[in-house]
Design a protein around this ligand. Structure first.
Ligand SMILES: O=P(O)(O)OC[C@H]1O[C@](O)(CO)[C@@H](O)[C@@H]1O
Length: 546
C-alpha cells in the first residue's frame, strides 16, 4: 500500500471543511436575493445553460472549490487523460473515450500510436454495414430485409445505448429515419427478458447484435446462445452468419462463438464499458435503427463538450463546475444522494445510465494508490423524469431528507403541444389553513439543486448531455483521487457469484453437498435446490416464450 497524501490532508480540503459552518448558517433563500451572485453562477456553452445558483454556496465557496481543484491537480489529470497516459493505473490502461468522438483529423495517442484513424475505420465500417442493412442490400438467410435488431449486452454494453435510443425515438428526424424498424435490448439473464424480446419478432427479419467488451460476460453469452438457437432452429445453423454480428474487444472469442470476424466491430481496452456508448457498442445498434448520419450528430455533440472540458477555464467549465459541486455536496455538506430529474420523457433512461457511469466509477473506498479513504466518495444516483417523479418521491425531497437535484429542462420539446386559451388555475388563492396543518404545508427550503437547460433534444444535444455527465463523474474522481475507471469490486462480485453457480451445478449433477458458505447462503441454496429438484441436470434446449 502506498502512503500518498490524501486530498483530505490538504489545507484546501480543511479550509472547505471549516467553511461548512458558515454555509450552514446561510439560507438559500437569502443567497438567492443576491442577483450578482446568481448571475456569476450561470454559465453557457454551445446552447447549454448551467445555473448553479441554487447550490448552498457563496462565491467564496466557489473560490475555495477552485483551490481544491488546484490542490488535486485537476487540470493536469484532465490533460493526462487526453494525452493517453495510463491514468487507469490499476488496470494499466489509457482512458480515451474522448477519442471515440474526435474529428477524423484529430490526433490522440495511446501508447505512442494515434488511435483516431482506427476509431474512424470502425465508424466507416459501421456506416457501410448499417446502410447495407437499412437499404436491403444485406438480407437475411431467406432473402428478407432485416427490419428488426435485438442488441444483447449488459451494464455498459446496454445502458448507454438504451438511454440514447430512448432519447432519440421521439426526435422528429430520428423518428423519420427509423420508420418501420425496431431496436430492442436484451440484457437480463432471466429468461423472461428473452421471452419479452423475441415476442412478435420473426427470425427471418431479425438481426442480432451481441455486444460484449470481454465476450465472456455470463449473462450476455447465455442470451447470445439462446438467440443463436432461436435463429438456427428456425432457419438452420448456416443462417447465423447472416443474422448475428458482434461488437467486442475480444475478436478471438467472437470467432469461436461462430460469428464471422468480418461481421465483428472492434473497440479497444482504453474504452471502459460504462464509457463505451460512443464506440461500436452504441454506434452500431443505433446506426442500424436511425442511420449513421443521425448518430454522427450525436458523436459531434459529445465531442463539443470534450473540447469544452479540455480548454475552458474552470470558471466557465460546465462538467468541472458540476463535479466540484457534487464533491461539495457529498464530502462536505454530507448529502449522500443525487436525484437526476429530466423534464422530458425522452430522457427516462438517463438516470439508469448515469447510475452505472457514476456509481461503478466512483463507488470506491480507497484512493488510486490503495489508501483507505477517510471520507465518503461517490454518491447514490437515482431519478425519474419530471413530472412522474413529482407524484412519487418528491415529497421526501421537499420535506424529508436533503437530496441535491439535477433539474434538466429542454426549451424546445421534441413533441411540442400548445393549447389555445389554456387558463391558469387560481393556485394562489388565499387558503384558510388550520394552524395544526401549517408545518405540514410548509417547505423549509434550503435544498440544493442545479438546473441544466438544453435548447432542444436532438441527437447533438443528447451527445452533449452524455458527455457532460461522463466528464462530471471523472472530475469528481480526480478530486477524490480515486480510480474512476477500474471496477475491481464488480469483478470480485462476479467471481463470488461463479462459486455459487459452481456449487449449484455440482449439487445438481453430482449430488455434492453444499460446502464453504455461511449458514444463510447454505440455507438459501438448499432451499432452492430442493424446490427445483424436478429440473433435470442437463435440460433440453427450450426457448422462452410468452
Ligand atoms: O461488455 P461486457 O464485457 O460484457 O461487460 C458488461 C458490463 O459488465 C461490467 O463489467 C459490470 O459487471 C460493466 O462494467 C460492463 O459494462
Amino acid at each position: 500500500m502506498a502512503s500518498s497524501k490524501l486530498i483530505s490532508d490538504t489545507e484546501q480540503w480543511k479550509e472547505l471543511k471549516a467553511h461548512v459552518a458558515d454555509i450552514k448558517k446561510t439560507h438559500l433563500r437569502d443567497l438567492l436575493c443576491d442577483d450578482a451572485r446568481s448571475r456569476a453562477m450561470m454559465v453557457e456553452f454551445d446552447g447549454i445553460l448551467l445555473d448553479y445558483s441554487r447550490q448552498q454556496a457563496t462565491l467564496e465557496t466557489v473560490g475555495k472549490l477552485f483551490k481544491l481543484a488546484e490542490a488535486s491537480s485537476l487540470k493536469q489529470k484532465i490533460d493526462r487523460m487526453y494525452n493517453g497516459d495510463h491514468i487507469n493505473s490499476t488496470e494499466n490502461r489509457s482512458v480515451l473515450h474522448v477519442a471515440l468522438r474526435a474529428p477524423r483529423d484529430a490526433v490522440i495517442q495511446s501508447d505512442g500510436k494515434n488511435v483516431v484513424p482506427e476509431v474512424w475505420k470502425v465508424l466507416d465500417k459501421i456506416k457501410e454495414f448499417s446502410e447495407r442493412v437499412r437499404s436491403g442490400s444485406w438480407v437475411g438467410a431467406t432473402g428478407k430485409q432485416l427490419k428488426d435488431v435485438v442488441a444483447i449486452g449488459i451494464g455498459g454494453s446496454f445502458l448507454g445505448p438504451l438511454f440514447v435510443h430512448t432519447a432519440l425515438q421521439t426526435d422528429p428526424e430520428a423518428a423519420e429515419s427509423s420508420r418501420g424498424r425496431q431496436l430492442r435490448f436484451l440484457a437480463n439473464v432471466d429468461p423472461i427478458d428473452v421471452a419479452r424480446n423475441i415476442t412478435g419478432l420473426n427470425p427471418e427479419t431479425t438481426l442480432v447484435v451481441v455486444v460484449s467488451k470481454t465476450f465472456t460476460t455470463a449473462e450476455t453469452m447465455l442470451n447470445a446462445r439462446t438467440l443463436r438457437e432461436w435463429i438456427s432452429s428456425a432457419l438452420g445453423p448456416s443462417a447465423v452468419a447472416k443474422h448475428m454480428v458482434a461488437v467486442s474487444t475480444n475478436l478471438t472469442l467472437v470467432e469461436k462463438f461462430g460469428i464471422d470476424p468480418n461481421n465483428a466491430f472492434a473497440f479497444w481496452d482504453w474504452v471502459g464499458g460504462r464509457y463505451s456508448v460512443c464506440s461500436a457498442v452504441g454506434v452500431l445498434p443505433l446506426s442500424l435503427q436511425y442511420g449513421f448520419p443521425v448518430i454522427e450528430k450525436f458523436l459531434k455533440g459529445a465531442s463539443s463538450i470534450d473540447q469544452h472540458v479540455r480548454s475552458e477555464p474552470f470558471e466557465r467549465n460546465i462538467p468541472v463546475l458540476l463535479g466540484l459541486f457534487s464533491v461539495w455536496n457529498v464530502s462536505f455538506l454530507g448529502y449522500p444522494a443525487r436525484a437526476i430529474l429530466p423534464y422530458s420523457q425522452a430522457l427516462e433512461k438517463l438516470a439508469p445510465h448515469i447510475q452505472q457511469v457514476s456509481m461503478e466509477s466512483n463507488g470506491k473506498g480507497v484512493s488510486i494508490d490503495g489508501v483507505p479513504l477517510p471520507f465518503e466518495a461517490g454518491e447514490i444516483d437515482f431519478g425519474e423524469p419530471g413530472t412522474n417523479g413529482q407524484h412519487s418521491f418528491y415529497q421526501l425531497i421537499h420535506q424529508g431528507r436533503v437530496i441535491p437535484c439535477d433539474f434538466i429542462g429542454v426549451v424546445k420539446s421534441q413533441q411540442p403541444v400548445y393549447l389555445k386559451g389554456e387558463v391558469t388555475p387560481e393556485q394562489l388563492q388565499k387558503e384558510n389553513v388550520p394552524s395544526h396543518l401549517v408545518a405540514h404545508k410548509t417547505f423549509t427550503g434550503n435544498r440544493p439543486s442545479v438546473s441544466i437547460l438544453l435548447p432542444s433534444l436532438n441527437a447533438y444535444n443528447i451527445g452533449q448531455l452524455l458527455a457532460i455527465y461522463e466528464h462530471r463523474v471523472a472530475v469528481q474522481g480526480f478530486i477524490w483521487n480515486i480510480n474512476s475507471f477500474d471496477q475491481w469490486g464488480v469483478e470480485l462480485g462476479k467471481s463470488l457469484a461463479t462459486q455459487v453457480r459452481k456449487q449449484l451445478n455440482a449439487s445438481r449433477t453430482k449430488k455434492e453437498s453444499i460446502q464453504g458458505f455461511n449458514f444463510s447462503t447454505t440455507s438459501l441454496l438448499t432451499r432452492y435446490l430442493q424446490a427445483s429438484a424436478d429440473v433435470p441436470a442437463d435440460p433440453p434446449t427450450r426457448l422462452p416464450q410468452i
